[in-house]
Ligand binder design. Structure first.
Ligand SMILES: NC(=O)c1ccc[n+]([C@@H]2O[C@H](COP(=O)([O-])OP(=O)(O)OC[C@H]3O[C@@H](n4cnc5c(N)ncnc54)[C@H](O)[C@@H]3O)[C@@H](O)[C@H]2O)c1
Length: 262
């Protein structure tokens, strides 16, 4: 049986670990050639080797995606080697929570540089390639913090909201040329970091997890499965969406709830 991403050429930024790594492994299993990108060169080498050892195809390319010239070189690398590019997946991102009044202008700019500007650099570099091909998918890992307000995540939330809309604009502007642009919005993830942080909170991880309608925290593989599906040809008509992969957390009504009767 032909693999769903057979021979697709995909760049996944921030794929040296976490969600990006899981997406890189999944894409390779589905038949794609994955350009593994991260600022951490050791992790790029590790994930690339992991994919190749499992019989997949991967190319290592480490760089800092907040540098537009470096992102252009990343796209050029893929096009030079394979003559095309099918998926530009801007996944690198993240931020430490901080109260807004304590956030400096420089800290704000750094978070926006990684979570918002770098996504545009990928679009800027790959759009001419996609236009020439009359095909291609832009994908980005957004966040629930970009869909609704989350305290202490002003810069991150603003940047993630911006990229959700950036993808919509690209879909509307270039959909007629066979180009797609979508985002994925992960819900609360059961990463090691998240679990150890939750352990310091009242009720711990269990109390937190119990509030997720689907009954558990997300996994990196949950995101990877969605990201792979969106890259298939069958998903052609899915364009300009922000897909929550969050166990129905974003479907919950955000409203004050009445207490028990007196
Ligand atoms: N984990 C979550 O709970 C969660 C929830 C919602 C959204 N997200 C988003 O998902 C994406 C991946 O998150 P994760 O949890 O896997 O994070 P992670 O920190 O485990 O992985 C992010 C990767 O990006 C790389 N990176 C950071 N700066 C870079 C740069 N300038 N250039 C290139 N690579 C860089 C890091 O080295 C790291 O390998 C991020 O965009 C994040 O905002 C994560």
């Amino acid at each position: 049986m032909t693999k769903r991403l057979h021979d697709k050429i995909a760049i996944i930024t921030g794929s040296g670990r976490g969600i990006g790594r899981a997406c890189a492994l999944r894409y390779a299993i589905e038949g794609a050639v994955v350009f593994v990108n991260d600022i951490n060169a050791d992790n790029v080498a590790k994930v690339t080797a992991e994919i190749i050892a499992a019989g997949g195809r991967a190319v290592a390319h480490h760089c800092d995606v907040t540098d537009p010239a470096a992102v252009q070189a990343l796209v050029d690398h893929a096009v030079k080697e394979f003559g095309r590019l099918d998926v530009m997946f801007a996944n690198a991102g993240g931020s430490m929570p901080k109260a807004t009044h304590l956030t400096s202008v420089e800290e704000y700019r750094n978070v926006v540089a990684l979570n918002q500007d770098a996504v545009f650099y990928g679009i800027h570099a790959a759009l001419p390639v996609f236009m020439r091909q009359k095909s291609g998918l832009f994908l980005t890992t957004a966040s629930g913090a970009g869909q609704n307000g989350v305290a202490d995540l002003a810069a991150y939330g603003a940047a993630k909201a911006a990229v959700i809309n950036l993808m919509r604009v690209i879909a509307v502007e270039y959909g007629g040329m066979g180009i797609r642009a979508n985002s994925i919005s992960p819900g609360p993830m059961g990463t090691e970091l998240m679990r150890s942080w939750l352990a310091t909170m009242e009720g711990g991880a269990d109390a937190f997890e119990a509030q997720v309608p689907s009954g558990r925290l997300g996994t990196e593989e949950d995101i990877a499965v969605a990201a792979a599906f969106l890259a298939t040809d069958e998903a052609f008509f899915i364009n300009g969406v922000c897909l929550p992969v969050d166990g129905a957390v974003s479907a919950l009504l955000a409203s004050p709830r009445p207490g028990k009767p007196l």
